[in-house]
Design a protein around this ligand. Structure first.
Ligand code: UDP
Ligand code: MG
Length: 319
């Protein structure tokens, strides 16, 4: 083990006042043990990123920082979502650390996964993915939708690690490479596998949230899934082309059939058929426009090149 390696734990927090006291204690103890065992440098830090919380999250982070400078904090001016919060933390870690580990504020990720990740890092991995060995602690609906999402993403050709959420280790090299990705819409689970390098997996049991409620409502989950699909694949656009070609082929066949029937002297009646066709085709056209619209929307957001996050306050003490 290399005792000089500086580790930054990056913890995104959105309205986490209920759980932060428990989290800070658990992470602090873990870091102290790692330092005592010479696994990481004394200069290692726990970096909380307050993602525009409206409760006492920032006050708590400030009090941790005032008690011990192992705790550091960044406050974003507005709620930008966990992806941007994580990214902000990682970019800070990049300046001072040899490696960073992302971990949820609710302690759902077992903190002992950190030891396994450090071992893999010592073995030369630049990226270590935390992968859940089971999803038993997740509600039934979440398990089903998550599994369908991973399958769908793999199906449309997006490289993603199954059952890996945001818990991962990134070395300085990986962080520097990530910093070169200039997109505004960040979807880390899709971006990190694009970095390449030597990777490893650390399995862990994902537990229940220690306190408070999940910050992901249905709308946020849908947005997250859409971001992943639109930012990483043009498969939905291809699908429109395929449907278009299929409908074109069907229209040629029906044209021929109608002509032949007409030539035989029989008139075609079928107002119901025409109405049904109209509804189905209009539906397909609107759906296709919607999909194209989603891509145009994403392009618009990318073209604007707005900052991914705005930092309102920093509690950073450099070593
Ligand atoms: N989070 C965040 N910004 C948000 C939503 C969530 O920084 O807009 C953080 C949250 O505080 C937590 C992590 O992202 O540390 C994962 O959120 P949560 O545990 O609520 O999600 P779940 O585990 O239920 O999917
Ligand atoms: Mg959670």
């Amino acid at each position: 083990m290399k005792r000089d390696n500086i580790l930054y734990l990056v913890v995104p927090c959105y309205n986490e006042e209920e759980v932060l006291n428990i989290t800070s204690k658990a992470l602090y103890e873990k870091m102290k043990t790692l330092i005592k065992d010479n696994k990481i440098s004394k200069k290692s830090k726990i970096l909380f990123v307050d993602d525009g919380s409206k409760d006492k999250t920032w006050e708590l982070i400030t009090s941790f920082y005032n008690n011990d400078k192992m705790f550091q904090g960044i406050k974003l001016s507005h709620n930008k979502g966990s992806q941007n919060a994580l990214y902000a933390g990682l970019m800070f870690a990049r300046e001072n650390a040899d490696m960073a580990i992302c971990i949820e504020a609710d302690l759902q990720d077992d903190v002992n996964v950190i030891d396994k990740m450090l071992e893999e890092y010592d073995n030369g991995a630049e990226i270590v993915y935390g992968v859940r060995s089971s999803r038993k602690s997740d509600p039934f609906l979440k398990r089903i939708t998550a599994s369908a999402f991973y399958r769908f993403m793999n199906f449309i050709g997006v490289e993603m690690i199954v059952n890996h959420s945001e818990c991962r280790l990134l070395s300085k090299v990986a962080l520097d490479t990530l910093a070169q990705f200039s997109e505004t819409n960040i979807f880390l689970r899709g971006m990190i596998p694009q970095l390449g390098y030597k990777t490893a997996i650390a399995y862990y049991d994902r537990g229940e949230r220690k306190a408070g409620k999940s910050k992901f409502n249905f709308k946020k989950m849908m947005n997250f899934a859409m971001d992943g699909i639109i930012s990483f694949s043009i498969a939905p656009l291809r699908l429109i082309t395929v449907i278009g070609m299929l409908l074109f082929a069907i229209s040629i066949v029906s044209l021929l059939v109608t002509l032949i029937i007409n030539l035989c002297g029989t008139a075609i009646s079928g107002i119901t058929f025409i109405i049904l066709n109209m509804w189905v085709l209009t539906g397909i056209i609107l759906l296709s426009l919607g999909i194209i619209g989603e891509y145009i929307g994403k392009i618009q957001l990318e073209v604007k090149k707005r900052p991914r996050y705005i930092i309102e306050e920093k509690l950073i003490e450099k070593n």
